[in-house]
Design a protein around this ligand. Structure first.
Ligand code: PAF
Length: 281
């Protein structure tokens, strides 16, 4: 497995891979890798002959400087995990100056997609995600790019970005990978204290129960129920729980409305902010 930090070297290596034939699958990450990321690499390796993984903690998507400072970083461990898995051809691990030789002044307009839920609480977050993904896409030029459904809103924004940029890259959504107690895998989980980690499992537990209850409870009552249940845990504080249309991310009022529906949640636990979501059939 090769590790490359400059965009020129990456472009050169990419040409060599293409000369061997086949397609390139791309898994963009911010490092602090876990089984969730490895599952993306696994799916990419099944779909494409060559897999490129990027590891880059993108400063422009952090609206909170403390969050950027505390974001877990461990390149050596990440590389060991990817090497052990044996599916990655190249890791692209650039420095901030490689990606942003000058400030990126682009302001994207994704309509309501980046204004609700995470977008409403993390101003500029999705603009930063779009900046870096757009830059990484233009460097890596993959055939397919793989994103986890845990960041459900990010996936919707990236699909929109690809449409707006008239890019041919296929965006492949990959299912959430959970710990054995149901907690959605996240790089932020390592920031939880042992006690917080125990309580964090209640987030998915309550989401799973809500899916059962959705057959008998109206959307507004179920929404209130989820918020109450989560807030009843003394360590959890709900930022939002919303049942939205899976494509438009607009709030759903009735189960009889057309379209797939997703329940999306953000919860504070101590200093850590976790997100999760669940599909309602
Ligand atoms: O999901 C992430 O890890 C990041 O938002 C991404 C897509 C790698 C962009 O920095």
């Amino acid at each position: 497995m090769k590790v490359i930090s400059s965009r020129e070297d990456l472009r050169h290596y990419r040409s060599m891979l293409l000369a061997e034939g086949g397609t390139i699958g791309f898994v963009p990450t911010m490092g602090a890798l876990h089984q969730g990321h490895l599952s993306l690499v696994e799916v990419a390796a099944l779909a494409c002959e060559h897999v490129i993984v990027s590891i880059f903690v993108n400063p422009t998507q952090f609206n909170d400087p403390n969050d950027l400072r505390n974001y877990p970083r461990n390149l050596e461990k990440d590389l060991a995990l990817l090497t052990g898995q044996g599916k990655t051809a190249v890791v692209f691990a650039p420095e901030v100056e490689d990606i942003y030789p000058e400030p990126d002044l682009r302001r994207f307009d994704f309509g309501p997609l980046d204004k609700v839920m995470e977008g409403a609480r993390r101003p500029g977050h999705f603009n930063g995600v779009a900046q870096v993904v757009s830059k990484l896409f233009s460097i890596v030029e993959p055939h397919k790019a793989f994103f986890g459904e845990k960041d459900f809103q990010q996936l919707a924004v990236i699909r929109q970005l690809v449409m707006q940029e008239q890019s041919k890259i296929e965006i492949v959504p990959c299912p959430i990978i959970r710990e054995s107690d149901g907690l959605a895998m996240s790089s932020r989980n390592v920031l939880l204290s042992p006690d917080e980690r125990l309580h964090a499992a209640n987030i998915s537990g309550i989401l799973f129960q809500s899916r059962e209850l959705s057959t008998t409870m109206e959307v507004d009552l179920l929404t209130a129920w989820v918020v109450d249940q989560l807030n009843n845990d003394p360590l959890l504080q709900v930022e939002y729980f919303q049942i939205v249309d899976s494509i438009t991310l607009m709030p759903v009022e009735r189960w009889t409305q057309a379209g797939e529906k997703q329940g999306c949640v953000a919860v504070k636990i101590g200093k850590v902010r976790l997100i999760d979501n669940i599909k309602f059939d």
